[in-house]
Design a protein around this ligand. Structure first.
Ligand SMILES: Cc1cc2nc3c(=O)[nH]c(=O)nc-3n(C[C@H](O)[C@H](O)[C@H](O)COP(=O)(O)O)c2cc1C
Length: 190
């Protein structure tokens, strides 16, 4: 009886410290390794990001400027132009700690093209974390700058040490985003 229980205890201990425990750890890690982070002013990237998060099972986080952008198009265009011309990094709200960021290895990174580049809030974001060793997959929307203009080179420049999959980036014209759910999901699968 005693020997049996010693053997049983030993088996449980071995299982807990090797195979089973390692499996649990791997599961916890794999649940947590994809992040979908995006900026959106008029809602297109918000749609794309939700479909991508649903398809990947990744965590979804939205970046917003601490000082909200105006709803008026001319006003937002002026402010965005001024920020870009002066290289202003707006303060941002984003619910990700540096420790949490360290757990992600794949990051879907979404933005609208603004003045042929990333919105400056996304410059702030990329300069706020360490992306070394991570894979960044950009997705974006535009109204003519279908290759993203300067935006993808900017991601490469700012996300130091990351692999930025520029050739696989997803680009969708703003006007057709609402009808593009299938295309977005197919892109994730590919
Ligand atoms: C301030 C501002 C600047 C923009 N600059 C560009 C641009 O340089 N090139 C372009 O193709 N589209 C430009 N657009 C259009 C947006 O990229 C496009 O409408 C996008 O779908 C918006 O995404 P959102 O709805 O997530 O904000 C600009 C839009 C705004 C508001």
């Amino acid at each position: 009886m005693k020997i049996k229980s010693i053997i049983l205890t030993a088996l449980i201990a071995i299982a807990a410290t090797s195979g089973l425990f390692a499996q649990n750890k791997a599961d916890a890690k794999s649940n947590n390794k994809t992040l979908v982070v995006y900026f959106s002013w008029s809602g297109n990237l918000d749609k794309m990001a939700h479909w991508i998060a649903d398809e990947t099972g990744g965590d979804l986080r939205r970046v917003t400027a601490k000082e909200a952008y105006p709803e008026n198009y001319n006003k937002v265009a002026d402010r965005a132009k001024n920020e870009k011309d002066k290289g202003i990094r707006p303060a941002i709200n984003v619910n990700i700690t540096k420790e949490e960021m360290a757990n992600y290895d794949t990051i879907y990174f979404g933005f609208p093209v603004w003045w042929y580049d990333l919105p400056m809030s996304m410059w702030t974001f990329l300069e706020s974390y360490d992306f070394k060793g991570k894979t960044i997959i950009p997705f974006f929307s535009h109204e003519g700058s279908s290759n993203g203009a300067n935006a993808l080179p900017t991601v490469q420049k700012l996300a130091k040490g990351a692999t930025v999959r520029t050739k696989d980036a997803l680009s969708i014209r703003g006007g057709i985003v609402a009808k593009s759910e299938k295309e977005v999901r197919a892109w994730v699968k590919k």
